[in-house]
Design a protein around this ligand. Structure first.
Ligand code: ZN
Ligand code: ZN
Ligand code: FE
Length: 750
């Protein structure tokens, strides 16, 4: 008999065909295996019991990186195959074969590049079917060398032999390469002049880093700016040139032992650092850390990660020191990926440029995660994770494109039972970011060969993403409320069943509300098909609108004004001049450029300013992050009062009691902790009320505010203790990076 198998899932570029070949050979079955555009197609023929055995082994023994989404099989008449062979890929049909994310160097390839006798000793582009670039080198499907940026490198006879040898680890490893035939690195000065190439370039680059220089280094999904992380002068210089005042920068370490010396890491954190995705993991700095303070100033944490390409490994092994490795860009622009761009945009920042001649087809920043409640929660889902889909428990009956929000943007495609989120695109507020945004939309539509029949955007009329939808897809555009999209994203990644309602807490900095005001503290009851706002903070004003985001002192003034009125200025809590006080007062009183908000994120900002911690910020959510870190220094269990009535959570008693504590000289870390405890109490309290009223016991926690680990952990465990079923983010970020997932889901339940 003949057995026909059609498998979809992560089955291309993971050594799947040679694995099938081996199993078929071992069982003495003839037939073929090939990659097609939706996955892998196999036919084998022989005795029925051998075919059954084959089927079992294909599922049980499949390669570590592979994953099935579906496996269909049928028994047919014999076709009389003479041999078993690996056939040419088929290009026809729907392009649904998932593209694999880029995969960090595997142990065996690491051994190759560090063994002096190996022919790949110190070769920076070593890879095999278990590791190497994928997403960032693919032009189109199927995943064959001719469709990648390796197409210009002709394999040497030795590499060719490995590529064609079924028993070899590099059998059909599409980016297979070596010193003799593959890409190479080169070192240039900031003018772009070539200094040296290959091994010399590596040697020289390491010496330059050691001597305090800043290097732009081409990696997998873009350039990093790199300098010695223990050299304060170098790190300060990098900050100054990059115009990045205080936002923490990630540090890449030679190995795990080194990280253990510089940071305090838990078991789950260590697993995250070592995982195949090799994300940046936010961990606590060690007291005696040798890292320059300016790596993450005013911050008790630091983002750490391990080398994930052979080039990074070779560099750090030689240097024997950690390096700052931050996305190469200017402030909030997209990461630089091309040589042309590197020489034009980075020459002001980098002293030297270490580049290579394998083209990066698409940008992909490093991913960032942190551990909270013993779970890995993404802060930025990008390299290593994208474009693996989120699998959902139902099917889209028409292809969906979700346009994301304007901050921390990602886009998403919903197809069948999968949602593909794009890599991190970022804030859509520079021309380059917008270009990257539009490129990514076309890129995804082309890669997956899809014409969207529904397109989803945020409700915010001022968002570029919304306008983009109106311009290009007016006839099929639907809009979804921002905070509902947050809750939907959290529900779907936790596979909350279709008939289940949840109590949703959607707390963030900014989102456009259904009543045309700025929301951000939504307590709602929700199902996939809709939501009802149950509670939110008492509305307050943001004098100066967006300016208040950068200057928490404005929010602080407004919060004080709510309770003290014209006396707000007289209180000496805020470092404001007479002019500023009268200016803000006039704005608030006369409704001049002072939008009303119910933002929870801004409340955190305001409190940080009222207690004198942070009045102006130099990066997003800085005040709230510092407030959390201050609170972590205290074990206080007390809290403040808030009052609840008619859908409104009145925060004024909180502010009043904070002022009393300040007057009584209560230490600031205690105030910060009491404030956190208050918000936890507020969440539990409102959840209980809603549960009593509606019987709903599922609780979804989403929105950027839930990146606060005190909040997330306390709320999560307390809800569990009280018999709720809380769900939190583990696949996509709680921040706006996860919005596109919720948007895509929204379209399914219209
Ligand atoms: Zn490998
Ligand atoms: Zn070669
Ligand atoms: Fe948001």
């Amino acid at each position: 008999m003949r057995l026909k198998l059609q498998i979809t899932g992560l089955v291309q570029g993971v050594g799947f065909r040679p694995f099938v070949f081996r199993v078929a050979e071992e069982l003495g079955l003839n037939g073929y295996v090939l990659n097609d555009t939706s996955g892998v197609l196999i036919e084998v023929e022989g005795d029925r019991h051998k075919l059954d055995k084959f089927l079992l082994r294909i599922d049980r023994e499949k390669p570590g990186l592979s994953k099935f989404y579906s496996l269909q099989h049928s028994y047919l008449e014999e076709a009389c195959y003479k041999i078993f062979e690996i056939r040419e890929s088929k290009d026809q049909g729907n392009k649904r074969a998932p593209i694999l994310p880029d995969i960090a160097v595997c142990d065996e390839c690491f051994n190759d590049i560090t063994a002096p006798k190996n022919r790949r000793f110190i070769y920076p582009f070593t890879n095999c079917t278990n590791c190497g670039p994928r997403f960032t080198i693919i032009n189109s499907l199927p995943y064959d060398r001719r469709n990648t940026s390796m197409k210009d490198f002709q394999m040497c006879p030795e590499c060719e032999r490995e590529f064609n040898l079924v028993s070899d680890r590099r059998f059909h490893a599409q980016p297979n390469a070596c010193h003799a035939c593959g890409p190479w690195i080169s070192l240039h000065n900031s003018e772009g002049d070539l200094i040296c190439e290959r091994e010399d370039a590596l040697e020289k680059a390491v010496n330059l880093i050691r001597r305090g220089n800043i290097l732009a280094v081409k990696g997998l999904g873009g350039y990093h700016l790199v300098c010695d992380a223990t050299d304060s002068k170098a790190v300060d210089k990098l900050r100054e040139r990059k115009q990045r005042e205080e936002k923490p920068m990630a540090v890449m370490f030679p190995d795990l032992n080194y990280i253990r010396r510089e940071a305090i890491i838990s078991g789950p954190e260590e697993r995250a650092i070592n995982s195949i995705e090799k994300p940046v993991v936010i961990v606590k700095k060690n007291k005696g850390s040798l890292l320059a303070g300016s790596v993450s100033p005013n911050n008790s944490t630091v983002g750490v990660f391990l080398p994930y390409t052979p080039l990074h490994h070779l560099m750090l092994r030689k240097l024997k020191k950690p390096v700052v490795a931050t996305s190469a860009n200017i402030t909030d622009e997209p990461i630089v990926k091309d040589e042309k761009d590197a020489f034009a945009r980075l020459s002001q920042i980098a002293d030297y440029i270490l580049t290579h001649n394998r083209e990066i087809v698409r940008r992909c920043d490093d991913s960032v995660v942190r551990i909270a409640a013993d779970r890995q929660t993404p802060v930025r889902r990008s390299r290593g994770f994208v474009p693996a889909p989120v699998i959902i428990p139902f099917k889209f009956n028409r292809p969906v494109l979700a346009l994301g929000p304007d901050m921390n943007n990602t886009i998403a495609l919903g197809l069948d039972n999968r949602i593909f989120l794009s890599q991190h695109i970022g804030d859509l507020d520079t021309p380059l970011a917008i270009e990257f945004y539009e490129e990514t939309i076309s890129d995804f539509l082309r890669l997956f060969d899809v014409k969207p029949e529904v397109v989803v955007a945020d409700m915010h009329p001022g968002y570029y993403s919304t306008k983009y939808g109106e311009r290009h897809y007016r006839d099929r555009l639907v809009k979804v409320q921002h905070h509902f999209a947050h809750i939907l994203s959290c529900m779907i990644e936790n596979e909350v069943p279709e008939d289940t309602e949840v109590i949703g807490f959607s707390f963030d900095g900014t989102g456009y509300g259904s009543d045309n005001t700025i929301w951000g503290s939504e307590v709602m009851t929700a199902s996939y098909s809709g939501f009802k706002r149950a509670y939110h903070l008492m509305p307050y004003k943001l004098p100066g609108g967006d300016k208040a985001v950068k200057e928490p002192v404005r929010t602080a003034f407004s919060l004080l004004y709510e309770i003290l009125g014209d006396e707000a200025g007289a209180s000496d809590h805020l470092p404001l001049t007479e002019e500023e006080i009268s200016f803000f007062t006039t704005m608030i009183k006369n409704n001049i450029n002072s939008p009303v908000t119910t933002s929870m994120g801004r409340l955190f900002d305001g409190v940080a300013s009222i207690i004198g911690l942070r009045h102006k910020v130099s990066y997003h959510a800085q005040a709230a992050i510092e407030l959390e870190q201050l609170a972590l220094m205290s074990e206080e269990t007390g809290s403040y009062a808030f009052s609840l009535g008619d859908g409104i959570i009145d925060q004024r008693p909180i502010i009043e009691m904070i002022l009393n504590d300040l007057k009584a000289d209560v230490p600031k870390e205690i105030i910060a902790r009491k404030f956190h405890n208050t918000i936890v109490k507020m969440i539990i309290f409102t959840a209980e009320i809603l549960k009593n009223k509606t019987g709903i016991s599922h609780v979804a926690l989403s929105g950027g505010v839930f990146q606060n680990s005190i909040l997330l952990e306390n709320v999560f465990y307390k809800l569990k203790e009280r018999g709720f079923t809380p769900v939190i983010h583990q696949l996509v970020p709680a921040n706006d990076g996860g919005i596109s997932l919720g948007q895509a889901v929204f379209s399914r339940f219209l």
